[in-house]
Design a protein around this ligand. Structure first.
Ligand SMILES: [Zn+2]
Length: 300
């Protein structure tokens, strides 16, 4: 539910808070905060949780995904990055939390909590850009189809990987200091046919522009692919990946550790690109999220 400061719900909310505070600590004192406050399909979300007791571990489920939390000792807060797929319908969804307490109380060391959150429909542009690309991308011959299938296999394997441990730290940064030419969520038309939804963010950059890691992580992929061209995928942990497409040059190799802002490659126009530009994408546990929304989150 979205509360405006002066809405009549405010009193209801205050009343609910007060009446809850007299309940036993096991249920009442969980504080669950979601950022941004307005959750949309295709958007990332940071969950921050203050449980009523000291925990050994905290895990959760959200939209059918497992969510692994990290602990910040300074603020005594558990936090995790998660997301909402573009296909998620507007509605109310539960974040289920399961904690293991540091101390055993009455023979019990497990506590749980459920918090309902509202997801509303994100506003994604309906603009149809008519783009012209080479026929080998819209009507590939058998040999090219083989290459596409091989690339699909690599992506199916790597792009759904989930490393539970968090490697990201602090807010995500834009990968290039440049103007945005195409936003996330737009339907794309190639040679008159709708072929895909734009699952990334495009930066208008000439070939050879430095491309930087959006956060700390490990290089999962750094190799040429059919559609993506020279392709880099960084694994930031907690199921979060960032993808960098159409590069002209690699500056890292698979397995390397990278820091936010580190040079990882140079932009280009390799693969299915109408010209030199940088396409970046964000994946969380197999679903694409809006990179611009991720960069806007203020992360611990
Ligand atoms: Zn793009």
């Amino acid at each position: 539910m979205w509360r405006r400061p002066n809405s009549p719900f405010r009193f209801l909310f205050l009343f609910a808070t007060l009446s809850l505070s007299v309940l036993p600590a096991s249920a009442a004192n969980w504080a669950v905060h979601a950022q941004p406050t307005r959750l949309v399909n295709g958007g990332p979300v940071l969950f921050q949780v203050k449980p009523p007791a000291r925990l050994q571990s905290l895990s959760g489920t959200w939209l059918g995904h497992d969510v692994v939390f990290s602990f910040d000792a300074k603020s005594k807060t558990w936090y995790a990055l998660a997301g909402i797929s573009l296909e998620t319908a507007p509605g109310i969804y539960s974040l289920e939390l399961n904690g293991e307490t540091a101390a055993v109380k009455n023979g019990v060391n497990k506590i749980s909590f459920s918090r309902k959150l509202t997801v509303v429909r994100g506003k994604y542009p309906k603009i149809q850009g008519k783009l012209s690309v080479e026929g080998k991308f819209t009507e590939p011959n058998p040999e090219q189809q083989k290459q596409i299938a091989a690339a699909q296999e690599v992506k199916k394997d790597y792009l759904n990987r989930v490393t539970p441990e968090r490697e990201w730290s602090g807010s995500f940064a834009a990968p290039a200091d440049a103007e945005i030419s195409d936003v996330f969520g737009v339907q794309r038309v190639f040679n008159g046919k709708t072929q895909s939804t734009h699952f990334g963010l495009d930066f208008r950059v000439p070939s050879g522009t430095p491309v930087e890691a959006m956060n700390d992580g490990t290089v999962l992929l750094a190799r040429p692919m059919y559609f993506e061209g020279n392709f880099i995928v960084l694994d930031h942990g907690q199921g979060l990946l960032t993808l960098y497409l159409h590069l002209s040059e690699f500056k890292v190799k698979e397995g390397d550790s990278v820091k936010r802002g580190q040079l990882i490659g140079l932009s280009g126009g390799t693969g299915r690109a109408t010209g030199p530009h940088l396409h970046v994408a964000v994946r969380w546990q197999g679903t694409y999220l809006d990179p611009a929304s991720l960069v806007r989150l203020r992360l611990p």
